[in-house]
Structure formats: structure tokens, C-alpha cells
Design a protein around this ligand. Structure first.
Ligand code: AMP
Ligand code: GLY
Length: 443
């Protein structure tokens, strides 16, 4: 990296193509220092705010070639797969500035066992656990304990590697999947004590021992209202969280996030990027459920709209190993609803047209971030909506398709505005929850 002088007209590359990356692109587009944004691979919504690049998030060498040839000043990484593939190491070795942790530091997410061992060594509060690679031993251990119990595959499993087993049969099935059938590749299993209490996400910008918290958010993992149905990547999120006090947040920062950042430095793998604490407020204090090495999705979509400071300056400082500037946050509320393809998280159709977004966006407090969309040129003469002004319609292209959110002074107002906007989105193949924020709204 030649100079650490912050540029006035920067070219930024964002890696990824979901709602999280759309929120990052949108936040960057508010920076007066950002002249041009590229996004690889991006999506239909992102293409209105950035130039999409036809590279996948794991094409590390090709992405570095692109950054070199186009004179990119800063690259910001969304997905964990890119980080676990060593994108930050490759960019850094070529002298390219990148926001995101090294592969070694990304193990805090990619290896449950690494994260648990780190927490045990540095006395960070979390559920008691043991790690197994042998099916029989794991089964005996589970039999000797109580239910529910929690089984976690020790590796990236696209959010599907955690099973909360209510009884021995469920635990046995999960252990067979994870240790005998190699469903996610050959690996190990962390068996963990079951904790209960409200879960919340504390995302922090981290550069070594420098830790700057963002506003708190809560995800909703179950597919249907009332927290029923299968686990998903997240069906909605909101901020702030009235049931987490300022004292709770300070505790989490001082006893969890800062000690873990310092531990990573002490272990020789300093963390640079966003450290995501998936935390639970148990009767016995705040404890760690998991760490992620990146922005959360869908939390980012409600958190970043609350950032009043210039996000480019924060990314630049972290990527340049400089002190992180203090960030200013709005104290209002934001609630976002995920519109997902019918059938998700199971099988679902793609390519179904979505209309009405302009209508949903007619309220200036509403934003729509695209999670899984693409453009389609229609030839069949039917009446379609021109999404991009160039004759393309917007179609579904994933399980989670859109995040529709609203910002307002209170959660109740944000909820009503966001839901009104959701109802203006016209697509035959989408469903959504209506009770995002119920933990806070029904208090
Ligand atoms: P993770 O991928 O580790 O976040 O786990 C996914 C979900 O499983 C979490 O959001 C929790 O709802 C649940 N979970 C994970 N670990 C535990 C635990 N020790 N006790 C209770 N629930 C858990
Ligand atoms: N919202 C959970 C995650 O990003 O992993």
C-alpha cells in the first residue's frame, strides 16, 4: 500500500451480491469521498448504484487482478466464503487495500472449535462445550447430558450446521449427518450447553485492539410468524433493542468484544474488519452464541442506514491500520422485512417478476435492499415493468429476495411504514413475516 493519505475521489470494490452488500454500497454512495463503486457480482438492485462485475465472491485471484487493473483504492468484503478463501491475504500480499480479516482471523467464524477454544482460554462467557470427531464418543457424551442440547458442525455450513436437539433421536440423527455421512465434508462437532434468553447482534468495527461498536440489532431466524417454522438465513431485523440496556451493551463490549479482539492480537492473528457478536442475554448474564467475521445479513440492512458518519473513512482507517474514527449513529428506529421466495428455505422457483418497487419507495423513509434479484429482458410481448429504464424487468433470483425497511423515530412507526411498503410489492411468489420486532413491540 503506497500511501495512507485518504483519497478524495476513491474507487471502491464491494465483494458479494446480497442485501448486506446492497446496504454497504448504499452507505458508500453517501460518502463524498467515493467517486465510483464496483460490486462483484452484485445484483439487479445494486446495479442501479454501482457497476456490477461478473466475478464470483470466491474468485480471489481474478478479483485481485480486477482491483489491480482498475486502480481500486479500497475493497470491502461482504461474505464469509471470500474471507475463508483468503481474499484479504491475497490482496494484502499484492499491496491492495482491503477491509476484511485474514483467513487465519476469519477462523473465529469458520471454525466453531477455534472460537470456543479462544473463549475458553481468555475467559469469555459462553456455553460450556466439548468437541468430537468420533460419532460414538459424541453420542455417549450426549446421552450422559440433558436435553435440549446443541450440536454445531465445526466449519462453514451456510447457516445449516447448528441443530438444537430436543431428544436423543434428534441428536443422534444430527450426529450421523455431521460425523458419519459427511454431509458438509469431513469434520468435527461441537456439543454445547443449551442456553436461553433473547438473542441480539453486536457488530463492531475492529482493528487489532481498537473496537468501535455499531447500534444493536436483532435477527429473526425462523421462517414464519411467532418464530415458527424452519431456520432461515434471517427473515427480518430491527434496531434499537429496548430489552438490552446501555449497561448490557457496555458489558458486552468490555467483557466480550474487546477481550476477544485483544485475544486475537495475542494469538498472532489480529482481526481487521467487522466482528459480529451473536450474543444472548441469559439469566446468568450475557453470553456468546457465535462470532462471525463479517457484517451480518439481514442486520446490516437496518444498522448501516443509522450510521451518520462517513463509512468510507471508517473502512479506510481499518484497512490502513489507522485508529478508527468515532462514529455517529442516529438514535431512531429501523425495521426491515425480508421478502423470500415461497418454499424457502426449501426448494423454490426463480425468475418470477417483481413489480411495484417504485410504489413501495414513494415513502422517503423506506429503503429496499435487494438480496436475490436479477434483470430479465422480456421478449414475449406481455406487459412487464421496466425496472432499470433500459427495458429490463426485475425477477427473483434467490431464496431471500428483498429486504424492505423503514426508518422512523419509534419502532412502532417504523414497523407500520415498512409493512405498508411491503404490501405495495407485487409478486406472486414471495412471502414474508409480519411480526418483525415483536420482542420489542409487545413488551
Ligand atoms: P449459530 O449458527 O451458532 O448462530 O446458531 C444458530 C442458532 O442456534 C442461534 O441463533 C441460536 O438460536 C441457536 N443456538 C446456537 N447455540 C445455542 C446454544 N448454546 N443455546 C441455545 N441456542 C443456541
Ligand atoms: N444474521 C445472521 C448472520 O449474518 O449470520
Amino acid at each position: 500500500m503506497s500511501t495512507t493519505t485518504i483519497p478524495r475521489r476513491a474507487k471502491v470494490l464491494v465483494i458479494g451480491g446480497g442485501g448486506r452488500e446492497h446496504a454497504i454500497v448504499d452507505a458508500l454512495s453517501r460518502s463524498p469521498r467515493v467517486e465510483k463503486i464496483f460490486c462483484a457480482p452484485g445484483n439487479a438492485g445494486i446495479s442501479l448504484q454501482a457497476e456490477c462485475v461478473h466475478l464470483e465472491d470466491t474468485q480471489v485471484d481474478e478479483l485481485a487482478d480486477f482491483a489491480e487493473s482498475r486502480g481500486i483504492d479500497l475493497t470491502v468484503v461482504g461474505p464469509e466464503v471470500s474471507l475463508a478463501a483468503g481474499i484479504a491475504d491475497e490482496f494484502t500480499s499484492r499491496g491492495l487495500r482491503i477491509f476484511g480479516p485474514s483467513r487465519a482471523a476469519a477462523r473465529i467464524e469458520s471454525s466453531k472449535d477455534f472460537a470456543k477454544a479462544l473463549m475458553a482460554k481468555y475467559d469469555v462467557p459462553t456455553a460450556a462445550y466439548r468437541t468430537f470427531s468420533d460419532y460414538q464418543e459424541a453420542l455417549e457424551y450426549v446421552k450422559s447430558g440433558s436435553f435440549p442440547t446443541v450440536l454445531k458442525y465445526d466449519g462453514l455450513a451456510a447457516g445449516k450446521g447448528v441443530v438444537v436437539a430436543e431428544n436423543l433421536e434428534q441428536a443422534d440423527n444430527a450426529l450421523r449427518d455431521m460425523l458419519l455421512d459427511d454431509r458438509f465434508g469431513h469434520g468435527r462437532v461441537v456439543v454445547e450447553e443449551f442456553l436461553s434468553g433473547p438473542e441480539f447482534s453486536l457488530l463492531c468495527f475492529v482493528n487489532g485492539t481498537d473496537v468501535q461498536p455499531m447500534v444493536l440489532a436483532q435477527d429473526h431466524k425462523r421462517a414464519y410468524d411467532g418464530d415458527e417454522g424452519p431456520n432461515t438465513g434471517g427473515m427480518g431485523a430491527y434496531t434499537p433493542l429496548p430489552f438490552i440496556t446501555g449497561e448490557d451493551k457496555t458489558y458486552a463490549l468490555e467483557h466480550i468484544m474487546k477481550p476477544v479482539a485483544a485475544a486475537m492480537v495475542a494469538e498472532g492473528t489480529p482481526f481487521r474488519g467487522v466482528l459480529y457478536g451473536g450474543l444472548m442475554k441469559t439469566a446468568d448474564g450475557i453470553k456468546v452464541i457465535e462470532f462471525n467475521c463479517r457484517f451480518g445479513d439481514p442486520e446490516t440492512e437496518v444498522v448501516l442506514p443509522c450510521l451518520k458518519s462517513d463509512i468510507f473513512e471508517i473502512f479506510w482507517a481499518v484497512a490502513s491500520d489507522l485508529p478508527i474514527p468515532d462514529a455517529e449513529w442516529s438514535d431512531g428506529a429501523a425495521i426491515g422485512f425480508v421478502l423470500a421466495s415461497k418454499g424457502y428455505p426449501g426448494k423454490y422457483a426463480k425468475g418470477v417478476e417483481i413489480k411495484g418497487l417504485a410504489n413501495a419507495l414513494s415513502d422517503p423513509s423506506v429503503k429496499v435492499y435487494h438480496m436475490g434479484t436479477s434483470l430479465k429482458k422480456f421478449q414475449d410481448g406481455d406487459l412487464h415493468e421496466d425496472f432499470d429504464g433500459r427495458g429490463h424487468s426485475l425477477v427473483t433470483a434467490g431464496g431471500r429476495v428483498l429486504m424492505v425497511l423503514a426508518q422512523a423515530p419509534t419502532l412502532a412507526e417504523a414497523h407500520a411504514k415498512a409493512l405498508a411498503a411491503v404490501e405495495k410489492v407485487d409478486c406472486d411468489n414471495l412471502f414474508h413475516r409480519t411480526d418483525i420486532g415483536h420482542w420489542a413491540l409487545n413488551e
